[in-house]
Design a protein around this ligand. Sequence first.
Ligand code: PHE
Length: 337
Amino acid sequence: MKEKLEQIRAAAAEQLNAVGADLEAIRIRFLGKKGELTAVLRGMGQLSSEERPVIGQLANEVREYIERLIAEKTESQKREALENKLKSERLDVTMPGRAPELGCRHPLEQVRRELEDLFVGMGFSIVDGPEVEYDYYNFQALNIPENHPARDTQDTFYITDNILLRSQTSSVQVRVMEQQKPPIRVISPGRVYRSDAVDASHSPMFHQLEGLVVERGITMGDLKGTLETFAKAMFGESTQIRFRPHHFPFTEPSAEVDVSCFACGGKGCKLCKGEGWLEILGAGMVHPNVLRGCDIDPDEYSGFAFGMGIERVTMIKYGIDDMRYLYENDIRFLSQF
Ligand code: PHE
């Protein structure tokens, strides 16, 4: 029996020391209810009373030995597993991080801000007006009564018979003149709407920037100087402007204003379609009827107004040939600005 116990101790040690030993299986094989050591202990009854304590002590020693070894091996296997895990999941903290994607301002927003800075620099303040507007401010008060043909070119979306989506920022002129008396020097950028089908140069929603100056003694020379300063700052020092006679119901006289093509210097190129000039805005001297409607005496005060399309300025400035790019939110397009 003594040999049998020594044999068990040796066999258990050998198995437990093997790499990757299955500790639980080994425990069952030797110490389990049907295990080898248990079998020996069960046979102890047959031993003589002298032998029994000796063999009993040895059996206990062997059991303790195996238990200790199993405990040790369990610990070392755990440690090893942890080490492997740490090794395989190691982070290289010196690796460069993933750069967060930085957005940029939309080109229309960039140009709006640039225009605002420019006019604020000339002493204008910025005012806002509603996009959902009364017919009165968008048309009637601008000298465009019902059935006036000018309404056709600015057909818009109606909420009710007399509430609409404004077709021009000129509506803000009237709102300002109702609230404020001269001297007035404001710009008003914002969205406007027209019932136009989408194509390369039309959209049912676009942006305008309106300008209005009212004071004693304001002349067309002031308008011209203001627009020249704007054009040079926006398109370059050598830019020239040209007034062409035009008609707007709310200004008299009225003009369409062109800037010399900065791409070709006026010689004629693809951008200006061979013209040498680029149409940029509408302007004129505020019509006496408009002033009068806002309780401003046209015999005492005069003013000029202008309105430009922010899309148009943006497209000319950056050589964009299709307006739709400005609305499609294509990152490949937008990230170029
Ligand atoms: N509101 C005009 C348009 O949308 C532009 C304009 C503004 C003309 C101010 C004259 C004065 O076409």
